[in-house]
Design a protein around this ligand. Structure first.
Ligand code: CMP
Length: 139
């Protein structure tokens, strides 16, 4: 039945996306030490967005409010107009301003149409703090 095929596809896409997000978080130097529960909660709070080629995702010097996981496409990282690197699917970016409470350290531009998962600073910090507090209260 076509509806069942659609459901299967949707299920597959969700499964694939959550797998990608989980791998991306565990691949990131700052996030690989998170507990499994924290990773699951972050995944729960992430929402999908898409942007077209050429869009500026992050502007150097801005206040940062979002951490991203790239699902599809490529982005370029530049600092003071100089190219630092390109980032492909399955990578976290935009984490530094949130983790260090500083302004955006670089500009990130979409080299192609892109699909992203995004989590707000507030949610991100609440998850970190809540699990921190729970841990603390156990001692
Ligand atoms: P943030 O500073 O929040 O916003 C810009 C993002 O670009 C930054 O987080 C990192 O995720 C990324 N970034 C900054 N510098 C580099 C670099 N040298 N190599 C790769 N990614 C970087």
């Amino acid at each position: 039945h076509p509806l069942n095929v659609k459901k299967e596809k949707l299920f597959f896409c969700l499964f694939r996306s959550s797998d990608l997000i989980q791998r991306a978080l565990m691949d990131n130097d700052f996030m690989k030490h998170l507990e499994h529960g924290q990773i699951l909660t972050i995944m729960d709070c992430m929402r999908p967005t898409s942007l077209t080629k050429g869009c500026c995702v992050i502007q150097e010097g801005d206040d940062g409010s979002t951490v991203y996981v790239l699902e599809e496409g490529m982005v370029e990282v530049t600092k003071e107009g100089k190219k630092l690197c390109s980032i492909g699917p399955g990578k976290v970016f935009g984490e530094l301003a949130i983790l260090y409470n500083c302004t955006r350290t670089a500009t990130v531009t979409a080299l192609t149409d892109i699909k992203l998962w995004a989590i707000d600073r507030q949610d991100f910090q609440t998850i970190m703090m809540r699990t921190g507090l729970i841990k603390y209260s156990q001692y």
